[in-house]
Write a protein that binds this ligand. Structure first.
Ligand SMILES: [Zn+2]
Length: 309
């Protein structure tokens, strides 16, 4: 009961702060705009483009699951003081959508990165007609489009730094080209019939489509629904049939579902191992190589290829 009251109170504070925000002018701190981002992938991208031309605050750190993420009290003041909020969209940040929609109605600049992508090219959700797979960062071409989109949005908001944003965007786009070439050459070392990726939830479909992997997640596109016994048995049968050598846990999803799958496969006399932890919906720790989008991508692909060989 107390928790409900606290939640209601937090919501009241949030809505009143949002109301105050819509009345005020853009809040600048030391002359810089306050930019808030949701996932660590988006934080990393905006940082690469804007550097120290903005005040940047990311809401979600390493190991954080965006599907289940709720705004904390600390987030409330970050959001209320934001000039621009960049978020993924297409229902990735399931619990924040309501907050962002409210902000849009109050003319706060909330920008969904997914708007950079032609929705006709997105993978449809088989469970929710009309919805799309939100894990767009696993297609490097999409991330290139997101880079250009953020350059344009920031240039419009802060025209005095347009040249910097464009230059940084071009440098980063070229790094993404190099990344893509590296990924392709790493994957070429893995025989085609071994390119089967089994993970905790359906985060890697764009990766699979781009790089020729068959991808199967134990849970669906969101982690909000738990995998059932039938899902585990069905996937265990698939792993045995395809003779898959390794399956993978994800840094932002509890291990237990993949461990249950490992046990189900091994109980049938087939050996499957956990090939490592992949970064799916969050980067690694800030300050590490895996704490960047490029480092995360290379780490994931090396982990996958080494375990499946
Ligand atoms: Zn996900």
């Amino acid at each position: 009961m107390k928790l409900h009251i606290l939640k209601a109170y937090t919501f009241l504070i949030l809505t009143s702060l949002l109301f105050l925000n819509c009345k005020g002018d853009a809040k600048k701190d030391n002359g810089k705009l306050n930019i808030v981002t949701t996932t660590s992938m988006i934080t990393d991208l905006v940082h690469n483009i804007a550097g120290d031309a903005i005040n940047l605050q990311g809401l979600m750190g390493s190991g954080v699951d965006p599907h289940l993420y709720k705004a904390s009290e600390g987030d409330v003041s970050k959001l209320a003081n934001a000039d621009i909020i960049f978020y993924n969209g297409i229902h990735l940040e399931g619990k924040l959508v309501e907050v962002f929609e409210k902000m849009q109605h109050q003319n706060i600049n909330t920008i969904a990165i997914a708007n950079a992508i032609d929705h006709n090219t997105l993978i449809s959700s088989s469970f929710f007609p009309g919805n799309y797979d939100p894990h767009i960062w696993f297609n490097i071409d999409y991330w290139q489009q997101a880079t250009q989109f953020i350059v344009e949005e920031l240039s419009e908001a802060i025209p005095e730094h347009k040249a910097t944003f464009q230059a940084n965007g071009a440098i980063y786009a070229s790094k993404l080209n190099t990344l893509k070439a590296n990924i392709i050459s790493i994957i070429e070392t893995l025989p085609e019939e071994k390119r089967i990726l089994v993970t905790a939830h359906d985060a890697f479909s764009y990766f699979g489509r781009a790089f020729g992997f068959e991808v199967v997640g134990l849970q669906g596109l969101s982690t909000a629904t738990e995998a059932g016994v039938q899902d585990v048995q069905r996937l265990a049968a698939f792993i045995i049939e395809k003779d898959v050598k390794a399956i993978f846990v994800e840094s932002s999803v509890p291990k237990r579902t993949i461990e249950a799958l490992e046990a189900a496969v091994n109980s049938k006399g087939h050996k499957v191992t956990i090939g490592g932890t992949l970064y799916s919906d969050a980067l690694g720790n800030a300050g590490t190589v895996e704490g960047t989008y490029i480092g995360m991508f290379e780490y994931n692909v090396n982990t996958i290829v080494n375990a499946l060989k």
